[in-house]
Design a protein around this ligand. Sequence first.
Ligand code: HEM
Length: 164
Amino acid sequence: MPVLQHICQTINETHLSVALRESVWVFPIIETVHVIGITLLVGTIAILDLRLLGLVFRRERVSLIARQVLPVTWTGFAIVMISGVFLFIAEAAQSYTNPAFRWKLLLLLLVGINPLVFHTTVYRKVALWDETLAIPFRARLAGAISLTLWCGIVVAGRAIAYYN
Ligand code: HEM
C-alpha cells in the first residue's frame, strides 16, 4: 500500500474520523461552514478578478478594491481550510481514491501559484496603471486564470460527493 494511502487509512480509523463520519449533524454543519467560507473566499476573489478584467467597478482603483476585500478573503480562506481539513479527516480513505478530490488539490496548488506570480510581477507596478482604465494584459490574464481555476475548484469540490 502506498505511504500516502496508508496515512489516509490510519486517519480514517481515528476516533475523530469515525465520530465525524457517523455523526448526524456535525458533518453537515462542517460542510455548511465550508460553503460559507467558500462564498467569502471565492466571492471576494471574483470581485477583484472581474475588476482586473474591466467588467466591474471600472472607476474604482484596483489597489483600493484589493485593500478592502483582502481581509474578507483571508477570513474565508481560514474558514475553508479549517473546515476542509475536518471534512477530509471524516473521509480520508475515500478522499485518497476520489478523482474529484485529487483534481481539487491540484487546482488548489495552481491557484496558489497564480497570485504569487501576479503580486511579484505586474502588481508591483500597480501605481503606474491603477488609475487608468487600461489594465495591463498580464493583469487581465491573471484575473482570467484565477476565475477559471476557482470555478474548477468549486466544481471539483461539488463533485467529490458523487465519487465517494
Ligand atoms: C480553499 C478552497 C476550497 C474550496 C473553494 C472548496 C470547495 C468545495 C466545495 C464547493 C465543496 C462541495 C460542498 C457541497 O457539496 O456542499 C467542497 C467539499 C469538500 N471539500 Fe472543499 N474546498 C476548498 C478547500 C478544501 C480543503 C483545503 C480541503 C481538505 C484538505 C477540502 C475538503 C473537502 C471535502 C472532503 C469535501 C467533500 C465533502 C463531501 O463529501 O461532500 N476542501 N469543497
